[in-house]
Design a protein around this ligand. Sequence first.
Ligand code: EPS
Length: 378
Amino acid sequence: MRLTTAGESHGKALVAIIEGLPAQLAIDEDQINAELALRQQGYGRSARQTIETDRVEILSGVRDGKTLGSPVALLVMNRDYENCKEYMSASKIGESGKVSHAVKSPRPGHADLSGMLKFKTEDARDVLERASARETAVRVAAGAVFKSYIAALGVQISGFVKEVGGVKDGGMYAFDELSRAKESPLGMLDREAEKRAMDKLSTLKEAGNTAGGIVEIRVKGLKSGFGSCMTYAEKLDARLAGALMSIQAAKGVEFGGGFSLASLSGREAHGAIAYENGAFIREGDLSGGIEGGMSNGGEIVLRVAMKPIPTLKNGLPSVDFTTKEKSVAASERSDVCAIFAFERIAEAVVAEVLACAVKERLGGDVLSELTARYKLLD
Ligand code: EPS
């Protein structure tokens, strides 16, 4: 199973190609569009979201609402392209040899400066257009397909926003409570923490500043043994961490007790193994549902940290790339916080990694082969 995406933030469209899906998997366009709509929500998004109304167009690999086993291609248009054609067209632009809307002052924290040096361009737009988190729209569309694939095995993914700009939701929530997070403007479950977080964001917005946060993602229903302890590349936690770190603005990933495990004793950190009603169980498991790089049959629990968005309305100090004079980093509009969207994106990425691990272990040209093989597992 493999996902590739293409597309620039203000280019014509975003595209995803998924290879390796079995035939006969039901694909529901409305479900994909519901995920896309959620990704656009959340308090603190920029005016760009009033321009875009993300909808998926399925270009290939699906017929009569079911996969054919061929690559599935998904398209999400960028409506803002209409406003940016003049400098984003793929055709040669203008006679003057100069492209308008060049970005000369790289933003600290964005891909701009490293990309300008690496790709030998004096216009950061050549880099930022792809580095932009706009790409996550089509990644979320693909994630909805991966969610359907693993849902066929009874595997569910959910999550919530645990922290925004330093304001923490310290609650302990059962898996079934997490879906309530979608109804909150910040994706939080504790209303009191959410109110404090909203106040914090309002203050930051006034000051032209931004915030990050932490999301918690959980997976329910995955049997043990996905991923493998045998090679680095197969370890499920390593794969999840790597993929999650590829989300724009991600800066950290932890599983279960995560960093807090480092200060616990062995007896505190590792719950007991017991055998009840014909099955092995773990009591007080802080591993996050993954041991030795393999799912252990319990709930997978992971958290991802998002840094504050580096595009500030009142730009950060920078340098003009060409003149080397002091300047202020580029900014036209800015999200104050995109943590609600980040949670949806993290779910999509987890779905992608799990789908790949499932496909590797169980194969299957047709969905029914996959479900039959899954039933045989412990
Ligand atoms: C982004 C910058 C902003 C965000 C964008 C990600 O876009 P613009 O430069 O057009 O104002 O709005 O996110 C999206 C467009 C989106 O749909 O999530 C960036 O630099 O990463």
